[in-house]
Design a protein around this ligand. Structure first.
Ligand code: PMP
Length: 451
């Protein structure tokens, strides 16, 4: 059983608090893919700081580098002055990530949140093009300050009084209108038709895999079309890699398999190995900022440079890269089996997967049940209809399998409950149950499940 958290949080912290309600224990330590609460109970982490802990909690390389840096009185805070930690980070980022991919980009360190990277990207696109309008997509999530919130789609986060959405259009994301509709046609048509009602935008901003929106994966073909539509019309393409960059999709950048070259890329979360750090990659000719034009006190967090530099070396380790493929295959076959045995939709790539239960509330109940059995996992989608799997990339295969087993048990339990409720609501439910048992893809009948 989980212990009750301190009431200090309930009494003192604003009603805004969120995750502490979902995971109502007091966490005390963490290592790799495990969190431990103050009662010594260990949890497998399939949430990984919403993608900030791709390299695990207290990654050994990062921890060692941080201890040495602090021991040597390394500079802790320096605005955007040059420090040894910044130099080392930039050098490794260039050598390990940019150069092998022939990516000629400038690096801008923004304020430490992903949202601030999005703000900077939007501002730069507007400044460079001289245009205000921006196209975003249905179910998009880009953050919560005014500019970033304007391109975020979910109405839960909006309020009329916040203002500032006048300069944004949300067009249908890939698959939004079903598999047979190529929604890139909408973008092309809106841009080309002077009577579409949409001003020519400065930029199109997108996530290749929409994380918060419920794990919706854009196809490579769609991404290529959108990139080309933008390129020929002089509209900048901003790819928000905040959740699915840093290896989450299986490759370092999620757009690599599409072979596109975004104009601006936002990176955050795991770039600092769990410490706050965000950056924007800017195609060289677009780097038209004046010095200090998008400034902030906490640009370039030195401890995050140290930790972030240390974890970048994982990308030079062939066993890390091979391990990603192996773990992705484990999750995918687990998800495909789940789909065969239950009425669910599964979506994902690499180490981000979503199980869509198609109705509000159920995913939350499943996540709560899984937590009671020792698994930290989050929901996604506008109606919390999706369970989102986001384990650390460095998770041990044994923890991955153990976490999947807990999740599967919770799903089986909750779906069995659903089935019973549905069947009991039906007057002749034994007939219904036996007729359903004939369909191998249906939810198993209570009889089947109980034996
Ligand atoms: N963009 C995407 C795609 C995200 O997933 C998030 C965070 N979930 C953000 C932007 C905002 O990042 P932050 O919460 O660090 O401001």
């Amino acid at each position: 059983m989980t212990s009750a958290p301190t009431t200090l949080v309930d009494d003192l912290e604003s009603n805004i608090r969120g995750y502490c309600r979902q995971f109502p224990v007091v966490f005390q330590s963490a290592c790799g893919s495990r969190l431990v609460d103050q009662d010594g109970r260990s949890y497998i982490d399939f949430f990984a700081g919403a993608g900030a802990l791709n390299y695990g909690h207290n990654n050994a390389n990062a921890k060692q580098a941080l201890l040495e840096y602090l021991q040597a009185d390394g500079v802790m805070h320096s605005l955007d002055m040059t420090t040894t930690s910044k130099l080392k980070f930039l050098e490794t980022f260039q050598d390990v990530i940019l150069k092998p991919r022939s990516m000629d980009y400038r690096v801008q360190f923004t304020g430490p949140t992903g949202t601030n990277a999005v703000e900077a990207a939007l501002k730069l696109a507007r400044k460079v093009t001289g245009r205000r309008h921006v196209v975003a997509f249905t179910r998009a999530y880009h953050g919560h300050t005014a500019g970033a919130l304007a391109v975020t789609a979910n109405s839960y986060y909006q309020h009329e009084s916040y203002g500032g959405r006048d300069d944004v259009s949300h067009l249908p994301f890939d698959g939004y209108l079903g598999a047979s509709v190529d929604t890139a046609d909408f973008l092309a048509r809106y841009l080309d038709d002077p009577s579409s009602g949409m001003p020519t935008p400065a930029a199109v901003i997108l996530e290749t895999i929409q994380g918060e929106g419920g794990v919706h994966v854009a196809s490579n073909a769609w991404l290529r079309r959108v990139a080309e539509i933008c390129r020929v019309r002089g509209v900048l393409l901003i790819v928000d890699e905040i959740q699915v960059g840093n290896g989450r999709s299986g490759a370092y950048f999620s757009f690599e398999s599409a072979g596109i070259k975004p104009d601006i890329i936002c990176l955050s979360k795991s770039i600092g190995a769990g410490l706050p750090l965000s950056l924007v990659l800017i195609r060289e000719e677009l780097d038209q900022w004046k010095p200090g034009e998008h400034t902030g006190t906490f640009r370039g967090n030195n401890l995050a440079f140290v930790a972030g530099e240390a974890v970048l070396h994982h990308w030079q380790d062939p066993s890390f890269v091979a391990g990603l493929e192996q773990k992705a295959a484990t999750i995918e076959s687990w998800a495909q089996r789940l789909k065969r045995e239950h009425e669910v939709i599964v979506r994902g790539r690499g180490l981000i997967w979503g199980i869509d239960f198609g109705k509000p509330g159920l995913a939350r109940e499943i996540a709560n049940d899984a937590f009671r059995h020792g698994l930290v996992i989050e929901t996604a989608g506008a109606h919390d209809e999706v369970i989102k799997l986001l384990p650390p990339l460095t998770i041990e295969e044994s923890d991955l399998v153990a976490g999947l087993r807990i999740l599967r048990n919770s799903i089986d339990q909750l779906l069995l409950g659903e089935t019973l409720i549905r069947l009991c609501a039906n007057e002749d439910w034994s007939v219904e149950a036996s007729s359903r048992a004939g369909h191998s893809h249906d939810v198993p009948s209570p009889q089947q499940q109980l034996v």
